[in-house]
Design a protein around this ligand. Structure first.
Ligand code: GLU
Length: 301
C-alpha cells in the first residue's frame, strides 16, 4: 500500500513593525518555495502583538508588497484577533503552576548576567519565581524552566542544535500581556492550531527555539520541523538595517523596478540560479534547492 505522507503546511509570519525589505523577502521566498515544491499549503499569519513596535498600516503594506512580488497563500490569520487562544494556553500553564509574573526591568535582568550575552537572549535566574507576585501592567509572564532542560533537535537547514534552556535562558518570558498575548506563547499555540508542519524563519530565532519546544511539551502540542535560514547582512556583517541603505520593497516599486528583478537578485545571491536574471517565484520552483543556500550570512553590498 502506498504510504500517505503528511501534508506540508508552511507559513509566512510577518511582524508589522516596519516596511518589508530584502531580508524578510529572502526568508519568505524559502518558506514559499519549500511549501509549493512539496505541493503543500501556506498560511499567512500577521504577528501584530508587539504594540509599542507595530506601525499602523504596516500590516496592509506588507501584504501588498508580498502580493506584488508574486506570493500567494491559502489561509490568512491575524494574531490580535486570536487572543482568546493565547489566554486559554496561559490558563493551562497556570493550572500546572508553570508560570509566574515577573516585575524585573531589563536593567535588572542585564545586571544578573554572568556571561556576556549576544543579542536578545538574556538569562533570567528566576528572581521573581518564589515571590508570588500579583500581575501588574509592568509585569511579564515567565515560564518555570525545569532544571536540566536539555533540548535537542535536527534543524532542516542549520543541522543538529542542542541547548540546555535552564542553563542558557533560565525562566524565559512568554508575554507582556496579562492574558498571554505575546510572541512566544502565540507562536507556539498558532503553529500547532494551524497545523504548521515546518517553520521556516530567520536564524536569529534559532536560540529561542528550544524554549518554544519546551513550551510545546508543557502544552501537549506537537513540535514542527524547524528550518532556520541565515539573515541578510550588510557589508559590516550586521543584520540588514536602515543604515545599510534603503532595501524596502516599496522603494523599488516606486522606482519602477520589476518584482522579477528583485527575486532574481535574491535567488542569485542565495545560489539557486547561476547568474542574475529576472525570474518569477513560480519560475524558481525547479531551481530552488535548500541545500544550495550558503550557510554563511548573505552579504548585501
Ligand atoms: N514575526 C517574526 C518576524 O517577523 C517571525 C517569527 C517566527 O517566524 O516565528 O520576525
Amino acid at each position: 500500500m502506498a504510504e500517505v505522507l503528511p501534508e506540508y503546511v508552511g507559513r509566512l509570519a510577518p511582524s508589522p513593525t516596519g516596511a518589508l525589505h530584502l531580508g524578510n523577502v529572502r526568508t519568505f521566498m524559502v518558506a514559499w518555495l519549500r511549501a509549493r515544491q512539496a505541493g503543500g499549503r501556506i498560511i499567512m499569519r500577521m504577528e501584530d502583538l508587539d504594540h509599542p513596535k507595530d506601525k499602523p498600516g504596516a500590516d496592509r503594506a506588507a501584504i501588498e508588497d508580498l502580493k506584488w512580488l508574486g506570493f500567494d497563500w491559502d489561509e490568512e490569520y491575524v494574531q490580535s484577533r486570536r487572543k482568546d487562544r493565547y489566554r486559554a494556553a496561559l490558563e493551562k500553564l497556570q493550572a500546572q503552576d508553570l508560570v509566574y509574573p515577573c516585575v524585573c526591568t531589563r536593567k535588572d535582568v542585564l545586571a544578573a548576567q554572568s556571561a556576556p550575552h549576544a543579542g536578545e537572549q538574556l538569562f533570567y535566574p528566576g528572581t521573581c519565581r518564589e515571590k508570588r507576585l500579583e500581575w501588574t501592567d509592568k509585569a511579564c509572564w515567565r515560564f518555570k524552566t525545569p532544571p536540566a532542560s536539555r533540548v535537542e533537535f535536527e534543524d532542516a537547514f542549520a543541522g543538529r542544535y542542542v541547548q540546555d534552556v535552564a542553563e542558557k535562558l533560565g525562566d524565559f518570558p512568554l508575554a507582556r500581556d496579562r492574558f498571554g498575548a505575546g510572541y512566544t506563547l502565540a507562536v507556539v499555540v498558532d503553529d500547532a492550531e494551524m497545523g504548521v508542519s515546518e517553520v521556516v524563519r530567520g536564524d536569529d530565532l534559532l536560540p529561542a527555539t528550544p524554549a518554544h519546544i519546551l513550551l510545546q511539551r508543557a502544552l501537549g502540542l506537537p513540535t514542527p520541523v524547524y528550518c532556520h535560514v541565515p539573515l541578510l547582512v550588510g557589508p559590516d556583517g550586521k543584520r540588514l538595517a536602515k543604515r545599510h541603505g534603503d532595501s524596502r520593497i516599496c522603494r523599488y516599486r516606486e522606482e519602477g523596478v520589476k518584482p522579477e528583478a528583485i527575486l532574481g537578485r535574491l535567488a542569485y545571491w542565495s545560489g539557486w540560479i547561476k547568474e542574475e536574471r529576472p525570474v518569477s517565484l513560480k519560475g524558481l520552483l525547479d531551481a530552488f534547492d535548500l541545500a544550495k543556500t550558503p550557510h554563511t550570512p548573505c552579504i548585501v553590498s
